[in-house]
Design a protein around this ligand. Structure first.
Ligand code: HEC
Ligand code: HEC
Length: 448
């Protein structure tokens, strides 16, 4: 067929109004060159893993997410050169796979390069030859969105050891983000101290089990139940010598250099911030709830070890941006230097859910040494100024004597049903503190 003939045919088709036919012809010829992959195809799940097949969900996605979909590279936010490597649809839509000529796929060519243009770029390690050939083989097998489920009895959870069970899981899912030179979140999983810290503070287990209050790890996809089980079993069976963590246990005495969440941080936040209209369960302004550990960690965007990067701490000084509001907002007074330091040190020390036993000594109760510090920790944040809760002011000695004498103080802190239970939105005070207040009242509310 020569050119003029072809032109005649096209004219004929148009003149007959067969435009749809023309479209089909064009689409068909396009498909012949660029094999189409449906980005939205749900995963094909096999009930066993075939050793000759490379599975996208089990092998390729973890590899790409942990080595390439990091922030500043190919995550959704940065998407360098329009390439996003966070999930099947984005990978396919990034136009980096060529099914008719797998070795010519952009993604494979980038992995193969030896110069600075290679991916991942230096100083990150290049993919190993095995990792590169997995990517190539997956494309040769059709770049499918496939997944296999390991047979439950091939998951060895009996002989769990760090080197044989945990390291391979970290290698496939975590090291890409959590090793030098720029370990995400300052957690270097190859550093024994970092590892000890996240085992002891519960964040390793919390993050891989996707528990509330922890950032779900790895980012962007789920690991197999078998891999999660290996990490959890290892973490639960391992104790690190010399560690100071205490997952919230009781019975330990207070170390003066440690800031305890239950003793110091929670009361401060409850009485200054978890007030009605602000950050209690029902108001949760801007989604922030500051009534309990899990809510404080997640909605306060607390980054253990990094106070300056934690929203909870930043807002006390007015936040990043000029127009960000300082918390607590006026007319409430800002946190004092000492109060800010409590929050700062607690985050720096790992933002643990810890507590200590202050011991109970009611023989030597004084207003200045026992009662007023207690009020400042638990009560004054809500009971001052124009918005004093229930119109009750607790701003100085005289104010407190009023409610001590009319029975409201004891009634509210003992949760007597005739009174509103205090501190509001929080657990009852420890018995020892209640006993101290009772003693002070029995002594005749001395101003000592
Ligand atoms: C794509 C990069 C990436 C991968 C892959 C990744 N992490 Fe993370 N990880 C982060 C970032 C970033 C943070 C900080 C929190 C956030 O932004 O989600 C973090 C936080 C954490 C935390 C602190 C969680 C908390 O709530 O305190 C732990 C523990 C952790 N990762 C462990 C792991 C483990 C174990 C794996 C592998 C199973 C893994 N991470 C895989 C980037 C990653
Ligand atoms: C989160 C804010 C908040 C905290 C913390 C708080 N209060 Fe209150 N308080 C209120 C509000 C609001 C009321 C009004 C009644 C109500 O809404 O429950 C109130 C009422 C009271 C009353 C009157 C009770 C009655 O039944 O007449 C007393 C007394 C009182 N508070 C004492 C305290 C003491 C003592 C503490 C510290 C141990 C404390 N409050 C901590 C908010 C708070």
């Amino acid at each position: 067929m020569n050119f003029s003939n072809k032109q005649n045919n096209i004219n004929l088709i148009i003149s007959k109004g067969w435009i749809p036919v023309l479209f089909i012809v064009i689409m068909f010829s396009a498909c012949k060159h660029n094999v189409y992959i449906d980005p939205d195809k749900p995963p094909i799940i096999s009930s066993h893993c075939d050793s000759d097949t490379v599975y996208f969900q089990n092998t390729i996605l973890p590899l790409l997410v942990s080595n390439c979909a990091t922030s500043g590279c190919h995550d959704k936010k940065t998407h360098k050169e329009g390439v996003i490597l966070t999930d099947y649809a984005s990978i396919i839509n990034s136009n980096i796979i060529n099914l008719s000529n797998p070795e010519n796929s952009k993604i494979y060519r980038k992995l193969q390069k030896n110069n600075d243009d290679r991916m991942p770029p230096p100083p990150a390690d290049p993919f190993t030859p095995e990792q590169k050939s997995l990517v190539l083989k997956w494309i040769e097998q059709g770049a499918l969105n496939n997944e296999c489920i390991e047979n439950a009895d091939t998951c060895d959870t009996v002989n769990v050891t760090f080197n044989k069970s945990v390291v391979p899981v970290f290698e496939a899912n975590c090291y890409g983000c959590h090793t030098q030179p720029n370990p995400a979140y300052n957690i270097d999983l190859k550093n024994p101290d970092d590892l000890a810290r996240i085992v002891e503070d519960g964040s390793l287990v919390g993050s891989v089990k996707h528990e509330a209050g922890y950032f779900p790890m790895p980012k962007g996809y789920d690991m197999s139940d078998c891999d999660i089980a290996k990490i959890v079993i290892w973490a639960n069976d391992t104790t690190f010598s010399g560690g100071g963590g205490d997952g919230g246990g009781n019975g330990n005495s207070c170390d003066p250099d440690t800031v305890y969440f239950q003793n110091s941080v929670l009361p401060l936040l409850v009485s200054n911030c978890a007030t009605s209209g602000c950050h209690n369960q029902s108001s949760h302004v801007e989604g922030v709830v500051l009534t309990d550990y899990a809510s404080i960690i997640s909605t306060g965007n607390v980054k253990p070890g990094n106070p300056a990067g934690s929203k909870l701490y930043k807002v006390l000084n007015g936040g990043d941006k000029r127009d960000d509001d300082i918390m607590p907002p006026p007319p409430a007074p800002p946190f004092t230097g000492d109060q800010k330091k409590i929050i700062y040190d607690w985050i720096l020390q790992g933002a643990l859910n810890n507590s200590c036993d202050e011991g109970c000594d009611t023989t030597n109760v004084t207003f200045s040494g026992t009662i007023w510090p207690l009020m400042q920790t638990w009560c004054t944040g809500c009971h001052r100024g124009t918005y004093a809760g229930g119109g009750i002011h607790i701003e100085n000695y005289d104010d407190l004597v009023v409610i001590a004498n009319n029975g409201k103080l004891m009634g509210s802190i003992t949760h007597d049903p005739d009174y509103s239970p205090m501190p509001k939105n929080a657990d009852k005070l420890p018995e020892c503190q209640i006993a101290s207040v009772r003693k002070w009242i029995e002594d005749g509310t001395p101003d000592n």
